[in-house]
Ligand binder design. Structure first.
Ligand code: SF4
Length: 166
C-alpha cells in the first residue's frame, strides 16, 4: 500500500476521519428504503418505499442532521454496525470496504462525479414510492435494491491480503 493511495485503501473504516467516513456514502438511497422480515425465515425483503425523509431525486436524506429525532428507528452507521447488519445493499461503499473490496468506478470518490451513481443504475432515483402514498409495505416488495445492476458491474473483488479489519 502506497502513501499516495486514497484514504479508503490506506485506512480501516474505524480509522477514518468523520469527513472521510461521510464521503463514503455515494447517495444511492437504497438503505433508506423500508425493509421487511419474513416471519418464519427472518429473510430480508426489500420494498421500493422510501423513508419519508428520503429525496427520490437526489437519493439523499432531506434532514440528515436531525434524522434520528425525526425518524427514531433510523440507524446511524458506525464501523461496528456495518459489520453487524445484513441489510446494506451489495453496492454500498461501507459494505464493500468492510468486505475488503475497493470502491467501484461509479462511486463519486473514484469518478469525481456525483451523477455516476445514478448513471450506473445504483441509486433509487425515479424508482421509489413515497411513504405517504404506499399503503401496506407488503404490497411493494421488490428485489432490485438487493442486487447489483448490470451497468454497475463488475463489483471490485476482495483484495488479496485484505484482513477486512474494521
Ligand atoms: S446504501 Fe450505503 S452508499 Fe447507499 S445511501 Fe446508504 S449508506 Fe450511502
Amino acid at each position: 500500500m502506497a502513501a499516495s493511495d486514497p484514504f479508503w485503501r490506506r485506512k480501516t473504516l474505524g480509522a477514518m476521519t468523520r469527513a472521510e467516513w461521510e464521503s463514503l456514502c455515494d447517495g444511492c438511497g437504497r438503505c433508506c428504503l423500508h425493509k421487511l422480515r419474513e416471519e418464519e425465515t427472518e429473510a430480508l425483503l426489500w420494498t421500493h418505499v422510501g423513508c419519508r425523509l428520503l429525496d427520490g431525486q437526489t437519493g439523499r436524506c432531506t434532514d440528515y442532521a436531525n434524522r434520528k429525532s425525526r425518524v427514531p428507528d433510523c440507524v446511524k452507521l458506525t464501523p461496528a454496525k456495518v459489520a453487524a447488519i445484513d441489510w446494506l445493499p451489495p453496492t454500498c461503499a461501507y459494505r464493500l470496504l468492510a468486505e475488503g473490496r475497493d470502491l467501484p468506478w461509479w462511486h463519486p470518490l473514484v469518478s469525481g462525479d456525483a451523477e455516476t451513481v445514478h448513471k450506473a443504475g445504483v441509486s433509487i432515483r425515479g424508482r421509489i414510492v413515497a411513504e405517504r402514498d404506499a399503503g401496506a409495505l407488503e404490497d411493494h416488495v421488490v428485489a432490485w435494491p438487493g442486487r447489483v445492476p448490470k451497468a454497475a458491474k463488475p463489483i471490485p473483488p476482495v483484495r488479496r491480503g485484505s484482513d477486512t479489519e474494521l
